[in-house]
Design a protein. Structure first.
Length: 292
């Protein structure tokens, strides 16, 4: 167990009751990569009691510039990201309970494990996967912290944090999802092949990875963990949308207008198992993610 004074400096900010609330929290992290490992590290230092880590990938050579907790001699391939995340949390605080799911979000193992979480961090690149995670968190009433880092054009880099909490609206009705990317994510391989032949879409280019730098990811993760801390301890209401512009050195808040008739916020919210998130397990995206 942690030493009695381990969280003294935390408690000077949000009190012993706040620290106890943090310790009781069970947090799910979907995507244990460049963003997710920063979140693992900070939540472990903050003092959460349990983590569930979901990621089906292994460490790659191109991850080494930003993967917190990866050692120079961790084998590539052969180092599951969830195992490295568990090791990182354990080195910080062995008392933390860590559950690992080496599988896609679109799997019964992942959804079953996330049901037991109190809060969920989405640290994923695909808006298609964000769409599914947004629906899951609404169905089971889990506060969602959605993180993104990006460099959409030369000279522009940064990221954002969106918090889906209470009646704040969701990623869909706040127009934070690329609907075309969601459609492609859920399309069959045959549809994508037909589109490529008709419209000349370069499918190889679609999978191209952009810039990703450890410090930019760290800022985005820190912003998200701070909003988590605000909700759990009650120190203040959370900011629902933060935009980080690394190229300008600024962080701004934003108010996203939610659609009053959002299907997901009305028909799906609070439905739990009746929302049938498992329908995505047989989707084309799930099949592709399971392919070797």
């Amino acid at each position: 167990m942690p030493t009695p004074d381990r969280f003294d400096r935390n408690e000077r900010l949000f009190g012993k009751e706040g620290q106890q609330a943090v310790r009781r929290a069970h947090v799910g992290i979907v995507g244990v990569g460049g963003l997710g490992t920063h979140v693992v590290q900070q939540l472990a230092l903050l003092g959460v009691g349990a983590l569930t880590l979901v990621d089906h990938e292994d460490l790659s050579r191109s991850n080494r510039n930003r993967y917190v907790g990866a050692w120079h001699d961790d084998p590539v391939p052969g180092s599951p990201k969830v195992d490295l995340g568990r090791r990182l949390a354990g080195l910080i605080d062995p008392a933390i309970i860590v559950v690992t799911v080496r599988d896609s979000l679109l799997s019964s193992a992942a959804i079953s494990a996330l049901r037991s979480c109190d809060y969920v961090f989405g640290c994923i690149d695909s808006d298609g996967a964000r769409f599914v995670l947004n629906e899951f968190c609404l169905a089971y009433r889990k506060p969602l912290f959605d993180l993104a880092s990006d460099a959409p054009e030369p000279g522009y880099y940064g990221g954002r944090v969106a918090v889906v909490w209470g009646d704040s609206g969701c990623l869909h009705c706040r127009e934070l999802l690329d609907e075309e990317e969601v459609r492609r994510f859920l399309s069959t391989a045959e549809i994508l092949e037909n589109e490529a032949s008709v419209y000349g879409i370069d499918r190889a280019a679609l999978g191209e990875a952009g810039p990703s730098v450890v410090s930019v990811n760290g800022v985005v993760a820190s912003l998200a963990v701070t909003e988590f801390m605000a909700i759990v301890t009650g120190i203040r209401p959370p900011q629902l949308h933060l935009d980080y512009r690394g190229d300008r050195g600024t962080v701004g808040t934003r108010t996203d207008d939610r659609a009053p008739d959002c299907y997901y916020c009305t028909a799906i919210k609070g439905q739990g198992d009746a929302a049938r998130i498992d329908r995505y397990f047989q989707s084309p995206a799930a099949v592709r993610s399971a392919a070797p």
